[in-house]
Ligand binder design. Sequence first.
Ligand SMILES: Cc1cc2nc3c(=O)[nH]c(=O)nc-3n(C[C@H](O)[C@H](O)[C@H](O)COP(=O)(O)OP(=O)(O)OC[C@H]3O[C@@H](n4cnc5c(N)ncnc54)[C@H](O)[C@@H]3O)c2cc1C
Length: 410
Amino acid sequence: MVQSTVAVQEKSGVMNIPSWWNCPEGFEELQKLAHLLGEKELLQRSISSDLEGRFPRESLKEIANAGYGAVTIPVEAGGLEQGFTAFSVLAESFSQYCPSSAMCWVMHTTTVHTLYDAGTEEQRKKYIPGVLKGDIAALAFSEPATGGHFWNVVSEAPRNANGYLLNADKSFVTSGGEADFYIVATSFPDSDDKDNLMYLLVEKDQEGIESSSFSAMGLRGNASGPMKFKNVQVPFENRIGGEGGAGYYNDNTVDPLFLLGSAACWVGIAQGALNAAIYSAKKKVHADTGSSVAGYQVIRHELAKSQILIDSARSMLYRTAKALDGCQEKGLELSECLYPLWQLKTHAADMVITVTNAALQVSGGRGYLTGQVEKFLRDGRAGALMGPTNEVLREWIGRTLIDVPWMDEV
Ligand SMILES: Cc1cc2nc3c(=O)[nH]c(=O)nc-3n(C[C@H](O)[C@H](O)[C@H](O)COP(=O)(O)OP(=O)(O)OC[C@H]3O[C@@H](n4cnc5c(N)ncnc54)[C@H](O)[C@@H]3O)c2cc1C
């Protein structure tokens, strides 16, 4: 069994790692509950979900049953109102057991928060009770035509007598074909707003929806395949926000939650891989030298370097989550934290590649065999590719550093 980050060894002479280093203060109980859920419910289905490319529906249902169907939205709207630190603690913990479940849940939570922020009272009342019982929500933003520039879409949904006629090709949709509803980013051609981005809520059974299977290197349970929306008639009451102007919610809701939640997943995946490598390095003993793998100094240095890298990203994660919580409390825009979020996501997604690779090396040929360590490496590799990709984010960070507008000409 993989060692958990919450368990701190208490052997005499062994340095105790302070609990605040692994978990923001005040969230210890939540972290403990999330690890229990991970051990009991998520871990058991994680390997088969990966091998069979099966959507982790039962695991997501258990997450909802535990009360985490709408963690970030206010209590009066049916949410837990636990804030962004709690969201990060849960995502980091879940991903140590089943990264696919954790990422589907992050996308779900981001969608639910978008519905809350941009939606009307009626829309909240209609859809939030369902997500508390296990309905799954998803974001259909990226299009093949514009790749990772998901804020620029070529699809359109012109108005007709009954609402909007949506025609959109989407390249990757996590929980695609499995979700109960989607927030689809498209454009409204006749918008009065300079930003003609528009969100439409599409329910799973509407006519004209096609989803394709997802065959990928990692996160294989995610059902992140392409979707097509062909002449889907969306009623007026399912427009989330205005006819245009949704770029505001991209910057203030979708990006902050996605960048934070996904970074938490990369931290959790890295920690899960390192825990598995530590376990294996302690267990494997060479008969000729009499030493365990962990007995070699070079191996211990690899473990130390990896843990330091994980904690550098974890520190950024919880510092940024706290800042977002602060913005929310003070009624400030979450976009105030975009710059730290870009750095956080870039670092966490780079870090997980380095750490999972080191974990595999420490685990030897056994780590290369089908199993937990190689799976963490494959799952974590998605981070740098998910939009905004690390190349795009480094460009925005670099432009900011030299006082050049970040969005021009991208
Ligand atoms: C597992 C997974 C799940 C996903 N889930 C969702 C989802 O739920 N919803 C959703 O909407 N999308 C989702 N995506 C899509 C994701 O957010 C990106 O849009 C997608 O990964 C980009 O891939 P692409 O092949 O279109 O890349 P491209 O954009 O074609 O990029 C190819 C390469 O060019 C680089 N590049 C692109 N633009 C620039 C630039 N301006 N400057 C410098 N370099 C650049 C990229 O970094 C990359 O290295 C998911 C993707 C993955 C892998």
